[in-house]
Design a protein around this ligand. Structure first.
Ligand code: DLZ
Length: 158
């Protein structure tokens, strides 16, 4: 299941010529923003690299990952083709982590089923800050980059 073994962060020969017409929404949780800022940066720069126009990228900030579902629901009404949900949930001493992880993953899945604007899951669910650093520009890459590629691919299917 480790993404660094089977990653997906290059469009390669699948390069899509339509990216400059695609409209992207990015919803960013500000909790653990030292991590989510890097994820956003990776996603944003990757969209531009493949031809997205800055004017076609909308961003909504939400306080924490729990609010990503509401932010994505709002973004689905903002004339975008695809959404990237960015968050970082780090395990603490209590069960809080489990509830937030379940709520966010279930909520985003539900929005993907109910509505017609796909949402890509760029939410780190880590046991400690070191794991998050490794996946937001560290030794295991940047999940934001992978998510931007996934967003382009799913938007092209749509
Ligand atoms: C409260 C909380 C805690 C303890 N941990 C995290 C976290 O690791 N990552 C995250 O994105 N958000 C966390 N939050 C905030 C909740 O997501 C939410 O913003 C608040 O409970 C307010 O609804």
């Amino acid at each position: 299941m480790a993404t660094y073994i089977n990653n997906n962060f290059d469009l390669g020969s699948d390069a899509i010529s339509e990216v400059n017409k695609m409209k992207f929404g990015i919803v960013v949780s500000n909790w653990n923003n030292n991590i989510t800022d890097n994820l956003f940066d990776g996603a944003y720069k990757t969209l531009l690299k493949y031809g997205a126009k800055k004017s076609n990228i909308k961003k909504i900030d939400v306080p924490g990952s729990f609010e990503l579902v509401y932010g994505c629901k709002k973004m689905q009404n903002k004339n975008v083709d695809v959404i990237i949900a960015i968050g970082c949930i780090i395990k603490g001493e209590t069960d809080h982590y489990n509830y937030i992880c379940q709520s966010v993953s279930n909520g985003i899945s539900q929005l993907n089923i109910i509505n017609n604007i796909p949402i890509v899951f760029c939410v780190l669910t880590d046991h400690n800050i070191e794991q998050s650093i490794s996946r937001s520009g560290g030794k295991y890459g940047n999940k934001g980059i992978e998510s931007a590629v996934a967003a382009i691919k799913i938007a092209s299917i749509k």
